[in-house]
Ligand binder design. Structure first.
Ligand SMILES: [Zn+2]
Length: 390
């Protein structure tokens, strides 16, 4: 722990992130407390520019206004020792210059990246060149993305206690939904910690978190973590945002390729974008050849997922407002562990004043986590398992 603190103190600070437009050029500037190494590359589908940096201390709640060719941006921790800044491009563009300026009369160290508009062909050419360069670089140091686990599910070992994996949504470079004050990635982490604590206090369960830091974890890796721990239950925690600020309430999702309604389908699309937001290059990933295998195994676990979702709806009633048709179905990538019953809980809407207040309240976290523990208890209760266990 102490070692971590020492490293944290030694981190370079990002004091500001600024964007300016002059003539044809869009300039991005990071104000830094010291010089750092960095790497810039382009990604297609959708068009993005990614800046990889060492682990940095990023400012909280800084939202620079996108301008010029930049349509959106986010930054944060990417892996344990890497930070990432991702720029969404409004139009094809390339990096015309990138450099570090040293500290001068009152000005901090600055990382400067200049972008200029390009043709789609010029953009694609650069994407290909960057990918080749990255491949050569990562040949010795593999990217921290879990390979899909393709083997058929093994029979579960008899374990002393049921294993529960809690998955705080988003993190690091991917902030998730934004409220007036709250960011989804922080809400999900603090709720997950509270839920884990209460589950552990019962002494009945072995509990793991997919992340316990403000760090980005690819969706596929979250599923792999659940499988690695041989989990009996996987609970992904999220919070939503929507234009209509009057909409509020909790909802819970289980996996289905056919979404129960348009809203559920749109939500799954939004949550599944997490890897794009974090700047993952899909063209460089192995194809999901195991889809059919996964579908077969999923049928067995789907029923259990639905049972748990129903228990959560029953137990949460009265402790928080529930969205109409609280239990819905959609194709969330994070629910695709073929042999682990999995649910995704949207705790509420960050865009609703009352919901946001709850999502930031530790008392509310405690209360709702308590109801979830009750749901877990009934799910694993002896009565329910009669007929399932031989
Ligand atoms: Zn989310």
């Amino acid at each position: 722990m102490l070692a971590n603190l020492v490293t944290a103190n030694a981190l370079t600070n990002v004091d500001d992130v600024r964007i300016g437009v002059s003539n044809e050029r869009t300039r991005l500037v990071l104000d830094l407390s010291s010089r750092v190494d960095f790497d810039v590359f382009l990604l297609g589908n959708p068009r993005r520019i990614v800046v990889d940096l060492p682990n940095l201390q990023w400012p909280d709640n800084l939202q620079p206004k996108p301008q010029g060719v930049i349509g959106g941006l986010r930054f944060g921790q990417f892996t344990a020792d890497k930070s990432r800044l991702v720029l969404d491009l409004k139009q094809p563009a390339t990096v015309s210059k990138n450099f570090i300026l040293g500290k001068t009369s009152g000005l901090p160290v600055r990382l400067v990246i200049d972008l200029v508009a390009a043709t789609p062909a010029q953009f694609n050419e650069q994407v290909t060149a960057d990918r080749q360069r990255n491949r050569q670089k990562t040949a010795s140091a593999p990217v921290p993305v879990a390979k899909p686990t393709l083997q058929t599910p093994k029979p579960k070992k008899r374990k002393a206690k049921p294993v529960i994996v809690i998955d705080p949504g988003h993190g690091g470079v991917d902030p998730g939904a934004l409220g007036r004050k709250a960011r989804e990635k922080n809400v999900t982490l603090s709720f997950a910690r509270q839920f884990a604590k209460q589950l552990r206090n019962t002494g009945k369960y072995e509990v793991y978190l997919t992340r316990n830091l403000d760090i980005y974890i690819p969706l596929r890796q979250r599923v792999a973590i659940a499988r690695k721990h041989n989990a009996d239950l996987f609970v992904s925690i999220h919070a939503d945002a929507i234009e209509r600020s009057s909409v509020r309430g909790m909802s819970i999702y289980t996996l289905s390729e056919t979404a129960s309604d348009k809203e559920a389908a749109a939500l799954a699309r939004k949550e599944n974008r997490s890897d794009i937001i974090a700047g993952i290059d899909f063209d460089d990933q192995p194809k999901e050849v195991a889809d059919i295998l996964i579908d077969l195994a999923q049928r067995e676990t789907k029923n259990l997922s639905v049972q748990f979702a129903n228990l959560v709806v029953d137990h949460a009633r009265g402790s928080t407002k529930l969205l109409d048709r609280t239990h819905r179905f959609a194709g969330f990538r994070v629910l695709k562990a073929p042999d682990v019953p999995s649910v995704l809980i949207e705790l509420g809407f960050l865009t609703n004043r009352s919901d946001e207040k709850q999502l930031l309240s530790s008392a509310w976290h405690k209360k709702l986590a308590g109801r979830l523990v009750k749901s877990v208890d009934s799910y694993f209760s002896k009565e329910r398992l009669v007929g399932i266990v031989q």
